[in-house]
Ligand binder design. Structure first.
Ligand code: SF4
Length: 366
């Protein structure tokens, strides 16, 4: 397929061939700026120039019995994170309010662990119901492996979306985790879809996978019609079982990956997720040409650039935000706001763990 036809074909529902998808990633025959132009045409067709901001709430941190080797919350990790069990309902509701007021389009609650008990699913359902009744905000939940019965309960309380990342290809999966399988993850996604939930499922790149592994994930998410696809760039923190494998990532490769996912998943929300600061560096604004979404306020356990810088980047690049409040209003709100985050410059060069204050900004001090 000719490069100048990539956008037109994507919008018309034609998938890239495996050969073209690999050519996008290896960079030998596909010019980067022309590729971004093609990806932008597709993004613009479905999302205009709007950026959807997501804010994460790490609602249960650490002590996970699984051994995902990239994850600082895994039992096998030696990273000194701030462990805590389930945040109480009041704290989670306060953080939902905070996310809404910060202009978030979607509030994402993440609970570390293999999966919840039936009791925990009911508790989560009660919290989701209250958030949906109180704030006009989209809610996404990430809570490990779930059964059909679980996803039915969550759909009943109007959960909008379930997050469960594939993370990598079926072939590479055993290299990053041994306590559950790629198929386990797929089963959870299929249960969610059967219950009528939207699915959010993404990838972590830079873990030692091949280009074909990345292409396989993009193709699988196309097949699943995932509504939302976070692209995470592996961030090494000393003590991570996987080690510092991400050297092969550079800004150009990251942009090529974002463009590949956009062209194969034209109407999906493509998110520049964890690690954008470190791996896209000064090219983050170009990432908005294929991607239409990002996280603000950092990630599960690591800080990101502060909200003002993120909003300013969106404005400087000529984009706007999907929020009840305008971009100007949000910028002035954050311009002089006290941030919970450490020196934002640090987030662009290496992964910095969040402090307890950053993980639990609305918790009452003891
Ligand atoms: S199941 Fe989730 S929280 Fe647990 S180790 Fe894997 S990625 Fe981390």
């Amino acid at each position: 397929m000719k490069l100048e036809k990539f956008a037109e074909n994507s919008i018309n529902g034609l998938a890239l061939s495996n050969e073209d998808a690999n050519a996008i990633l290896d960079g030998t025959s596909v010019n980067l700026l022309e590729l971004l132009n093609q990806a932008y045409q597709v993004r613009k067709n479905y999302f205009g120039n709007e950026v959807r901001i997501h804010i994460l709430n790490n609602a249960k941190n650490g002590k996970c019995p699984e051994d995902c080797s990239y994850c600082v919350q895994a039992k096998s990790s030696e990273v000194p994170i701030e462990d805590y069990s389930f945040k109480d309902e009041e704290e989670i509701l306060n953080e939902a309010k905070r996310a809404y007021e910060a202009g978030a389009y979607r509030y994402c609650m993440v609970f570390a662990g293999r999966g919840p008990t039936k009791f925990r699913v009911q508790k989560l359902a009660g919290i989701i119901k209250k958030i949906k009744e109180t704030y006009p905000i989209q809610v996404c939940l990430s809570t490990g492996l779930l059964s059909q019965e679980d996803t039915d309960i969550l759909k009943e309380v109007n959960l909008d979306r379930l997050n469960h990342n594939l993370n990598t290809s079926e072939d590479f999966y055993p290299s990053i985790c041994t306590t559950h399988t790629y198929q386990d993850r797929l089963n959870t996604l299929k249960a969610a879809q059967k219950s009528g939930l939207q699915i959010c499922s993404g990838i972590i790149v830079g873990m030692g996978e091949t280009n074909q592994d990345i292409v396989d994930v993009a193709m699988k998410l196309r097949e699943l019609k995932a509504e939302s696809i976070p692209i995470n760039f592996y961030m090494y923190v000393e003590g991570n079982q996987l080690g510092p494998k991400a050297e092969e990532l550079n800004p150009e490769k990251c942009l090529r990956i974002l463009a590949l996912f956009r062209l194969l998943n034209p109407n999906a929300e493509i998110r520049m997720a964890a690690g954008r600061e470190i791996h896209l560096r000064s090219m983050q604004a170009l990432g908005l040409y294929p991607a239409n979404s990002l996280f603000m306020d950092g990630y599960l356990n690591t800080i990101g650039t502060n909200p003002f810088q993120t909003l300013q980047m969106i404005q400087d690049a000529g984009f706007t935000v999907t929020a009840d409040k305008g971009l100007e209003e949000l910028l002035s709100k954050f311009e002089n706001a006290e941030t919970t985050q450490s020196n934002p410059q640090d987030a662009s060069s290496k992964a910095i763990l969040k402090s307890l204050k950053e993980l639990r900004p609305t918790a009452q001090a003891n």
